[in-house]
Design a protein around this ligand. Structure first.
Ligand code: F6R
Length: 225
């Protein structure tokens, strides 16, 4: 269903700018887009993308990097052009500059649709629960909950403890936001996001202040509503 929203949006605006997430949640959507491309129903030739986040100290070609993940699961299976793909560089020497550069690029070519998953702790991107919302892209320390949830992907190497992520302010500038959540493990975060207060302790709750958000839940993720 979400896949179809993307196909329609790309066909209506072939040079659309997409903000993308990694992880298990968006995989069916990416699979749908790849299949639609293979059937000749869509072209990503003029689409631009910005990914939400990247681990610190993982090069683009590290199999655990989000850059690698996106190429495996979407980019390499479509006709998107590499020059239109934007990523934070987790290996950047000057992290502050890297983050500022990313925000400037997004300002120049703003995001039409931002796709989001949600962490079990309510994070979006890698904006972890904290005392305040971050306005801009920044380097963050991952929480124990995120390390526990994502360590399963790192079979041999140790999972990084830090990441670069679009800030809440950056995410909120997207014209439209689509958040997907699946599975029982997300039910508590979804309840806090939709029924609780808007607070940086549940970063996704800020989406209540965005005027164009669509939330897609399966039965399990919606089970506490
Ligand atoms: C990944 C990201 C994260 C994930 C979230 C859910 O780029 O920004 O916020 O969306 O951790 O991950 P999954 O989908 O693996 O449960």
């Amino acid at each position: 269903m979400v896949g179809n929203i993307f196909i329609k949006a790309i066909n209506e605006k072939p040079n659309i700018v997409l903000g993308l997430a990694t992880g298990a949640t968006p995989l069916p959507t990416y699979c749908y887009i790849c299949n639609s491309y293979k059937k000749g129903k869509v072209s990503l030739k003029n689409v631009s993308t910005y990914n939400l986040d990247e681990y610190v100290n993982l090069g683009h070609h590290d199999k655990n990097s989000y850059y690698y993940f996106m190429h495996e699961n979407l980019f390499n299976q479509t006709d998107i052009q590499e020059r239109n793909i934007h990523f934070l560089n987790g290996n950047a020497k000057n992290v502050i500059k890297e983050c500022q550069k990313y925000d400037k690029k997004i300002e120049k070519k703003p995001i039409d649709i931002q796709l989001l998953g949600i962490g079990q702790n309510g994070h979006i991107g890698f904006n972890e629960p904290s005392q305040c919302f971050s306005k801009t892209t920044f380097k963050t320390k991952l929480t124990a909950s995120t390390i526990k949830a994502n360590s399963r992907y790192f079979s041999k190497s140790k999972m990084p403890r830090e990441a670069l992520t679009m800030g809440i302010g950056t995410i909120m500038k997207a014209q439209k936001i689509i958040l997907i959540a699946t599975g029982k493990k997300k039910a508590k975060a979804i309840k806090e996001m939709l029924k609780g207060q808007v607070t940086p302790r549940c970063p996704a709750s800020i989406l209540n202040f965005h005027s164009n958000v669509e939330v897609f839940l399966d039965k399990d993720a919606a089970s506490l509503l």
